[in-house]
Structure formats: C-alpha cells, structure tokens
Write a protein that binds this ligand. Sequence first.
Ligand SMILES: Nc1nc2c(ncn2[C@@H]2O[C@H](COP(=O)(O)OP(=O)(O)OP(=O)(O)O)[C@@H](O)[C@H]2O)c(=O)[nH]1
Length: 650
Amino acid sequence: MAYAWRRTGLKAFFNFESRKKIRNLHYRSYSRASKNASLSMEDFPCNLIRNFSIIAHIDHGKSTLADRLLELTGTIEKAIGTNNQVLDKLKVERERGITVKAQTASMLHTFHGQEHLLNLIDTPGHVDFAWEVSRSLSACQGALFLVDASQGVQAQSISVFHVAQERGLKIIPVLNKIDLPSADPERVTAQMQSTFGIDPADVLKISAKAGRGVEEILQAIVERIPPPEGDSLGPLKALLFDSSYDKYRGVVSLVNIKSGQLRKGDKISSCFSRKRYEVMDVGIMHPEEIPTTVLYPGQVGYITCNMKESSEAHIGDTLHRVGEFVEPLPGFIPAKAMVYAGVFPVDSTDFPKLEESIKRLTLTDRSVTVQRESSSALGQGCRLGFLGTLHMDVFRQRLEDEYDASIIITAPTVPYKVVYKDRTIFVRNPTEFPEVTDPSSRVVEVQEPVVKASIIVPEDYLGEMMDLCFNHRAEELDHRYLDTSVTSARVILTCRIPLSEVVSNFFDELKSRSSGYASFDYEDGGYQTSNLAKMCFMLNSKPVDALALIVHRSMQEEVGRTWVKKLHKVIPRQLFEVPIQAVIGKKVIARETLSPLRADVTAGLYGGHHERKLKHLQNQKESKRRMKKIGTVELPQEAFFDILRAQNSR
Ligand SMILES: Nc1nc2c(ncn2[C@@H]2O[C@H](COP(=O)(O)OP(=O)(O)OP(=O)(O)O)[C@@H](O)[C@H]2O)c(=O)[nH]1
C-alpha cells in the first residue's frame, strides 16, 4: 500500500533526501513476477494459495523475517546481514525502526515442484496499532507467531496470540534470534508451552537476521497453513480491508476475494454505500503493484475503480457485482480513539494549510478522528483522536516529515463521560469539562475510561511494578508466574488502571523502574466513576484555555504546584506583578507571584554607541512580534510552546 502512496499522493510531500533513500530501496527490488509482468492468476487456485501474517511483540523481528522470506523467494535481492526492512516504507518507520502500517507482499514459492502464491501481511507490534493487526488478520488463514529467544514471551506476544487464536488462524510458533548469545531457546520454548499450550515440537527455531531456518518456515507455511476457501464460480464477494489515495487514480483499495472473480471492467457495487463503480485496474502487491487481469477466491490484491473520495472506501466493506445480491461479510469493529489532543499551527495564519495536510494524512490512516476547535491562546486548530500516545507522536512526525507542517500539540486527554440528570455526554477537550463542584451544573457523576493492563517482568522487579501501579491509581492487582526458572522467573502482573494514567508518563516509568525489562499491554476496560475536576491556569486572573487539565482530586495539589512552578520559571517578568494560579472551580489550589520588572534593554549599555542601543531596541521590537498576549501578560511564543510540550510529555 505504501508503495501506492509513495508513487502518488504522498510522494510530492516527501523531502528530496527521503525520496532518494526510498527510491534506492525500491529499485533494489527485483522479482520474478515484475520481470515476468504477465503473471497469470488462473495458475493459482485456492489450494495453491497461502495467506499469512507475521505477528509478535514489538521488535521481535517481524520485518526482518519478512525481508528474509522475500529474499528467499526471489521477490527482492538477497541482502543477508543488512537490515533492510523492505516493508517498513514510511520515513517514520525507518527512522524509529518500528512498523506502524501493515504491508502486503505476494511471493511465488515452489514446493514439491508446484508453484504456490504466498501472500504475506507484515503487521505492527505496538499496542497502539492493534487495530491494524486485527484488520490484516481478516485476510489470512495462518500466522507466524514470533517470540524473541532472549527476551521470551512479552505482553504483546500474549495479546496478538489471542487475537489470532480468536480468528481461528493456524498459528506457527517461531523462536527468533537464536543467534544471540543471550538466547535461551529451551526456557522460552517452555514459556510458550506453559503460556499458550504450544507443543515444543511445533516450534521452529530461526535467526531471521542471519537467515537461519527460514527455508523451514516457507515449508511450514505451505504444509501447516490451510489454503483459503472460496467458490470461483459463486457470486463475487470481495472484502475491502485497507485503502490508500492516489491523486491520479483516486482510491486504491486492498481486497481479499472471498468468492467469485474480480476482473478489470467489472461493474461492482458497495454493500455499505450502495454506490456503483467500474473496476479500472486490478493486481497484486508484490510488494509493488503488479497488474493482473483478474483476482480469484483466496487472492489478495489491489483494485482501482472510479472512487474519487477516500471516504467512499469503507474499511470492512463488501464489494459485489452489480445486480447480484450478497450477504455482506462481517466487516470490522471501527477503531476507537483512546486519546485526544488539540493540534494547532505554530503560525496561526497557517491553519488552512494545516487542515488540508491533516485531511490528506488521515486518508492513509483511517483510525484518526478529526474535529475543528479553536482556542483563545492558540487560535484555530483541530482536535484529533488517536489510538494511543505513540500513534499521536507518529502522526505528528508524519505531518512534519511529509507535509512540512510546523505544529504544536496540547496535552493528550482521554474521553470522559459526564452523566447529567437527563443525558450523558463525552468530553474530549478539558475546556469543555463542567464545573462539577457547582450544584447548578446538574452533573450526577463523572466517569473515566479504564484499561485492563498486563505487565510482564522478571520476578525481581515485581515490587517496583506493584508500587508503580499503586502510584497510578491501579486496582485489582493480581499476578502469576509465567515460568518457574530458578534463576530468572518471570511474572505477569494484571490490574485495572485509568487510561489517563497510562497516557501520562507511565510507560517511561515502567521502563526505567524495570531497567527496560518490563513489557506492557492493555485493552479496553470500560468506564468507572471517578473524582475528577478541571484545573485551569490563570495568568493575572485570565485563564489560559490551552493549558487546562483534568485531574484526579487526590493529586490536585501536587499537579497544581508543579505546573504553577513551571510557569513561574518560563514566564518573563512583566512591568507589573503577575499572579500565576492553578484553580479548580473558584478555589485556588496553588499560586506563585511573578514580581514586576521595568524592562530597560539598554540599561547595561554604558555611554556612547548609539547604534548598539538602536540595535537592541530593534531586537526587542522583533521579539515582541513573537510574543503571545494572554490577557495583559506577554509571553514569548517559544516559552509558551515549551510549557505545552512539557504538559504533552508529562
Ligand atoms: N540478533 C538478531 N537480531 C535480530 C533478528 N531478527 C531481528 N533482529 C533485530 O531486532 C530488531 C527488531 O527487528 P524488526 O524486524 O524491526 O522487529 P519488528 O518485530 O518488525 O518490530 P516492529 O515492527 O516495530 O514491531 C532489529 O534491530 C533487527 O536487526 C535475529 O534473528 N537475530
């Protein structure tokens, strides 16, 4: 998919360097199918197709294994020893070494003299991109389940295993990184057995980096994963599971044919919108687009039709032939935004450009929700909903990298439920949070989202982790042993914890207090009643809306004091006294006072040098232009943004 973006819509926005790097990577890809462009899809009935995914905890080697499989099947050039990660195509993925977008590639592999079509979908490992994983699995019958032989089973190993199991996929357990000196294959295999009931005899032991054991993986894919099913003579049913946007061809959709045949020129219709289209182009992702004339049941490929707007490609939609009635496929549960933040242009006149960039970027990332908002301190902006804070950070980086946007993001907030006597509303922006202490607000109660969290950690750090969880208002703490190794037994700790705690600095604390050994995963745990309030920050009695926070009452003094102190540090002294206050309702929780100063920038310049004085006055005039005026208080724009950034990473 990203190749489609790269070739088209987003290409124009990449800077020259990143384009050059990606182009080099692109032209290193050779393949039998691209040389032999007349790939005949008729040659691959269902029994010769295997659709599979690679699933694992973050960094356990999915993209590296994908590279080796593509090399071994001749899809790309051999480059063992180098770390290409061909399917991680976005600049943000290559810079951070993480996958954020599932990618598809088709390989041809001859087994017992018979050529098979293997469709691989490489998926992200981080919990924020779990939606991407579950969507991709819908096109698969099997999954390679990778576990790092030195790290062992980690938190996301458990969640992705269960997602694959619930979908009834055939799971091939793989122990990766056996080349590492710290690898302990026996212990980790035993963990896989005790945690997932995996038979040790089924576990393939490989080094994706060195290419060891990868041949056996190809064999296992063909032998163990069932072929897809589907009647090629039945009515057309194509599951639309992903899409991207091409400014010349419109929407490019990724489809999995569940029954029937999809040909160029076919007249098709969407079960979701009932709109009709004509298929302009069909093909497979190899990983580049390779045109074919038809797609058969079980096959995974792309189509373009006359879909002009990206919103027309509804993820999870069923496409069928015009005039044929079909029962729609089950589709997908829509992504649920977990955190919200306001995104504003640094220069407020750039808002139209920023809004356009956000619109284009969300075409390639459908899990982001967008709503306009305005702030008296920051001007016009958008409130965006993300699946987590890493997702938010990746989106920010993509806006900067691919759209050259200069933005400022407010502190992430979670969606709160406010129950009134006669209705319930969701609040995604702290400024809209009611004054719950005021009886006239008619608020019955406030609820906050909670998650069911699991932390896997060596036993020695259990105490630290319990302490961390308690400090973040966790409840229902429980733990059990994952393995009983005498030297380094590992424990899985589970609890319910407010989502707002998770999106603060929880993850950083978890890593530092466990020396990097703990892994963490969470899933939606519903809502619970909570004692929350809106904290406003006032400068000289004027509220600064962009800084408002929602806090738990048990932490209000601590939070108020911390931020008032930080504001005191960064706000320059004014010509008058400025009280800085943290306020809940009408009550001042914390206060600092900025003493007055008469700004005489030429005071230090003794005698003569009239030009120097003029230059200083000129400089002062310049910097005044970059001041933010909040009520009567003038604040350098950068200082204000620093506070917002600090709130963002609190
Ligand atoms: N020693 C060793 N290192 C490996 C092996 N496989 C992968 N790695 C390294 O592990 C790191 C993570 O590998 P990736 O392939 O990016 O992992 P991933 O699972 O795709 O990561 P995400 O997509 O971010 O979840 C890289 O530095 C790889 O070089 C292996 O078999 N042996």
